[in-house]
Design a protein around this ligand. Structure first.
Ligand SMILES: *Cc1c(COP(=O)(O)O)cnc(C)c1O
Length: 390
């Protein structure tokens, strides 16, 4: 018998990777020498503020930082998170029980299922969405029930439309505002309805708040925890990645209900050993500086958003002007699926985007553009699309 290696069912049953086909076409275009404009992946191109980088350099030379960190995060980091939540959202957190550090929020989102989802448990997830929510469920043997986000509902899930038996069975609900990929935002009224739903059906609420600092035109997105009753039912995931242009650093946090934070911390302590302390010291500096270092990038993204949206509209494409995030959710021209539209943009215009269907079935009909390239390149996007026959 030849030696055989078989991957686990959880890996073999993964849906096809969202970016794999695009990556293939991208490589093909690059090998033909095409000058691609990549509006595919949401990753800030602006460097991390230098005050933060300085702290890392300082921290890297301290021998105390060369040892294992605590899995839940340094007390000073958790305190800095609590201080930031207090000053930014007026939310009071106990750093010992209501804050846990994450190796990027993606890690925490995945491990949330390890901590709280048993085989057969039902988890409510939006479609389209950031894929880690439902992949976490699937890896833990749970089942996902998808809530379609529709334009007529401002891309908020319609909780009233959830069948009674599903609501009754549900263990957990994932929400994410400001939203990736639709760029939609949520208000207090929506969060109140979420809390009512959670209490009525005993459902844990997980809010992914990665984009609260990327609000435009003076709009300040809120934290789920600002709403009365949120802490009783929920946990909020946040990250330094998008806020401070630190995606490569891998540092984030989960805050809120102490039992949920504690459960996540327990799962993590069995799987990882926390974040390099020098990175945490740099993170403390970022949180301390807060808006002072966020505002310059917010201005840049807002200007880019205007250039992209105005340009796309000028060539006849339909999209809302986002109030937050660095995404623009664009309707496909009549007669084209999101995969076809994306392929056309890539092959005929050299513009890389992401098909809505890659974020879930209900994402069909849309394509996601990001504004993570400079404004000169963004101006060129509309020019290139103008020359394509759509
Ligand atoms: C980028 C992103 C994250 C992950 O960020 P980390 O770098 O892992 O902190 C989480 N949620 C959404 C919606 C994102 O777009």
């Amino acid at each position: 018998m030849p030696f055989t290696i078989k991957k686990s069912r959880r890996i073999n049953e993964l849906p096809p990777y969202l970016f794999a086909e695009i990556d293939r076409r991208k490589r093909e275009a690059l090998s033909r020498g095409v000058d691609l404009i990549d509006l595919g992946i949401g990753d800030p191109d602006i460097p991390t503020p230098s005050a933060v980088v300085e702290k890392l350099l300082e921290g890297a030379s301290k021998p105390a930082n060369h040892r294992y960190p605590s899995s839940s995060g340094m007390a000073e980091f958790r305190q800095a998170v609590a201080n930031w939540y207090q000053s930014r959202f007026n939310v009071k957190l106990d750093p010992a029980k209501e804050v846990v550090s994450l190796i990027g929020s993606k890690e925490g989102i995945g491990n949330m299922a390890v901590a709280f989802v048993d085989p057969g448990d039902l988890v409510l997830v939006a479609s389209p969405c950031y894929p880690v929510y439902h992949i976490g469920t699937a890896f833990s043997g749970g089942k996902n029930y998808f809530l379609p986000l529709k334009k007529e509902n401002k891309f908020l899930p319609d909780l009233e439309a959830i069948p009674a038996d599903v609501a009754k069975q549900a263990k957990m609900l994932w929400i994410n505002y400001p939203n990736n990929p639709t760029a939609a935002v949520a208000d207090k009224d929506f969060y109140r309805r979420v809390i009512d739903f959670a209490n009525k059906h005993n459902v844990i609420v997980c809010h992914d708040a990665a984009y609260t600092e990327m609000g435009f035109d003076g709009y300040k997105p809120m934290s789920f925890l600002q709403v009365e009753g949120a802490r009783e039912v929920g946990i909020e995931f946040h990250s330094l990645s998008k806020t401070f242009n630190m995606t490569g650093w891998r540092i984030g946090m989960a805050v809120g209900n102490p039992e949920l934070v504690g459960g996540l911390a327990q799962a993590k302590s069995n799987l990882d050993s926390g974040i390099f302390q020098a990175v945490q010291e740099a993170g403390i500096e970022a949180l301390k500086q807060g808006d002072k270092i966020v505002e310059p990038s917010r201005k840049i993204y807002q200007e880019r958003r205007d250039i992209l949206v105005d340009g796309l509209r000028a060539v006849g494409l339909e999209c809302d002007k986002p109030k937050a995030t660095f995404y623009v959710w664009v309707s496909c021209p009549k007669g084209l699926s999101s995969a076809e539209f994306t392929a056309k943009l890539l092959d005929d215009a050299g513009v890389v985007t992401t098909p809505g269907i890659g974020f879930g079935a209900a994402g069909e009909g849309y394509v996601r553009f990001t504004v993570c390239v400079d404004k000169e390149r963004l101006r060129e996007v509309a020019e290139r699309i103008r020359r394509v026959k759509l």
